[in-house]
Ligand binder design. Structure first.
Ligand code: MSP
Length: 544
């Protein structure tokens, strides 16, 4: 069985820059307003790739949006370190199992740090507190009569850590990894999943927006209505690396049951959960997941929670895959591996996160193409946004020595009123797009507003100050652009935080405690020296 380690021990070993909040770990402080946002916990079986970074950026962007709404957010990630897949990979590499997972877990922590992603909790499933929680949950499910000992026969994909039915396989191979599955017949503890079909259907009828986008919810409802829902094997007999089944050390707990409950281990560590008292802190949670792990999060997970008498998460946001040369980016296909840190060096972190969120709808697959990324990033961040900021700050410095007193609303010209109204409308539309986790739409709407501001400045030609353009007109133009840029620096900050920080600095605005605005308002203008908010990227020449 795997040796669990205490979190104090593991944190001492892992001196990383991950920003763990020093919160009182007092149990039982139920804080209903805390909003947990989670990434999946990543298999510690190799180095992170672009697909993993994508999950991290999405969760971080959603977290930043909720913080702007004034909510208390807990951002959770971690590594999935138990199970047969890890055991075999470490054995094949001839590395001590614990050293193997520690090294890979460290690589994920380092990735988050390199990508400026600050998680509040990083869970390792080999930690003692997590083992303890899984043991408690197991006992709870035994007492509710949801676990029994039987035998399980099935076709298992070790890569997915999942049993498949014949009809789900293509020529005997798993549909995700295209590798042969293994016939397994072993004593096993089973979870009475079949009991929960009706309850799950009822749950989805009562919560029509639980899974986003909605077509994933429809597909889950269809499979609950039409497919056989068998009891689920939740222990493995011939696997040594995992959480021992309480009272039967010949078995380890199925790695997915173990992994899913890591979300609650994290909340217990944050002091917002107490499983013993049926309070999991999950009811406000957003789980960000890839489409390949839909069934685990949308059938097994709510069924486990219902059985344990715990509330389910608020919503599941599903994203599609990044492919490279048409194939899914994956550790098991080295030709597809795109290293996120190298890319962040080339595109900047904001450039990379913007490209990933802007280049494809969240739920669809998209092929990664470096030159297309660079083209979009240059056009949107350097030309459109960067030029607007530079022009504004330069002109305020040139004609008004860096500051302008606020002008009144009453005398505004029609085109100024139109842009202010468009900005106020964008605040509402972009908020709705964030709430629907439609992050590509957020990018489109923000760009549209920036383009309108650029058109406005072009038409009003403030650079012709004193040369045919009257001073009041120039002052009005710069005050309006300033109001739009202030708005942009807030509402676009969940997507491009560093660039927005730089805009706020140049506009002499505080970088602390700003909240989502309700309208675009005029105010006094003050600027620093102009500097470039986004350096144009050099074209790479290649196509991918
Ligand atoms: N360990 C499980 C999750 C347990 S959560 C309780 C797992 N790990 S994983 O490392 O294989 O995948 C983690 C996440 O990365 C998944 O959401 C998966 O969809 C995502 N991605 C892995 N490859 C991807 C792409 N090529 N593109 C986008 N995301 C992909 O599953």
């Amino acid at each position: 069985m795997s040796d669990c380690i205490s979190s104090a021990e593991s944190e001492a070993r892992l001196k990383t820059r991950t920003n763990l909040r020093s919160k009182a770990r007092t149990k039982l402080v139920a804080k209903p307003i805390t909003k947990p946002i989670t990434t999946p916990i990543f298999y510690a079986s190799g180095s992170p790739h672009l697909g993993h970074a994508y999950s991290g950026f999405i969760a971080d962007t959603i977290a930043r949006f909720h913080r702007l709404l004034g909510e208390e957010v807990v951002l959770i990630t971690g590594t999935d370190e138990n199970g047969q897949k890890i055991e075999r990979t470490a054995q094949a590499a001839n590395i001590d199992l614990y050293d193997f997972v520690t090294g890979n877990s460290r690589a994920f922590r380092q990735l988050w740090s390199d990508l400026d992603l600050h998680f509040d909790q990083f869970i390792r499933t080999t930690d003692c507190d997590h083992h303890k929680l899984v043991t408690n949950i197991w006992n709870k499910l035994v007492s509710s009569g949801d676990i029994y000992l039987g035998t399980y026969k099935g076709l298992y994909c070790v890569e997915c850590e999942q049993f498949y039915s014949h009809w789900q396989l293509g020529e005997g191979c798993c549909p995700i990894h295209h590798k042969p599955v293994e016939a397994v017949s072993e004593p096993s503890y089973l979870f009475r999943l079949s009991r929960y079909r009706g309850k799950l259907l009822e749950f989805y009828q009562l919560n029509p927006e639980h899974i986003k986008p909605s077509h994933y919810q429809e597909s889950i409802i269809r499979s609950l209505q039409t497919e056989t829902i068998d009891d689920l094997s939740i222990s493995r007999f011939n696997v040594n690396w995992g959480v021992p089944v309480p009272g039967d050390s010949e078995h380890v707990v199925y790695v997915w049951l173990d992994a899913l409950f890591s979300y609650i281990t994290a909340l217990e560590k944050e002091g917002v959960a107490e499983v013993g008292l049926c309070e999991s802190g999950l009811s406000e949670a957003t789980h960000v997941i890839g489409k390949d792990i839909l069934q685990f999060h949308c059938i097994y997970w709510p069924a486990f929670l219902l059985a344990a008498g715990l509330p389910t998460a608020k919503e599941i946001v599903v994203h599609g895959w990044w492919t490279f040369g048409g194939d899914k980016i994956s550790k098991s296909n080295p030709a597809t591996v795109v290293k996120p840190v190298d890319l962040a060096k080339e595109l900047t972190v904001d450039g990379l996160r913007y490209g990933l969120l802007r280049q494809k709808p969240l739920a669809r697959d998209g092929n990664f193409n470096l030159s297309e990324f660079k083209e979009t990033i240059n056009s949107d961040l350097s030309n459109n946004l960067g030029n607007l900021v530079k022009r504004h700050v330069t002109l305020v410095n040139k004609f008004y020595q860096g500051s302008i007193d606020c002008i009144g609303h009453d005398s505004l010209n029609d085109s100024s009123i139109a842009l202010i109204e468009e900005s106020s409308a964008a605040i509402i539309q972009i908020r709705a797009a964030f709430s629907n986790s439609d992050l590509q739409l957020v990018c489109h709407l923000a760009n549209k507003l920036i383009s309108s501001a650029n058109r406005y400045i072009h038409l009003r030609e403030p650079w012709k100050y004193g040369k045919g353009n009257d001073t009041e007109n120039v002052k009005e133009t710069l005050c309006i652009i300033n109001a739009v840029l202030r708005t942009i620096s807030i509402i676009f900050s969940p997507v491009i935080p560093t660039i927005c920080k730089s805009i706020r600095r140049q506009l002499k605005l505080s970088d602390q405690n700003f909240l989502w605005p309700t309208s675009c308002d005029l105010s006094d203008v003050a600027v620093e020296e102009a500097s470039t908010v986004f350096e144009r990227l050099k074209s790479s020449g290649g196509s991918s």
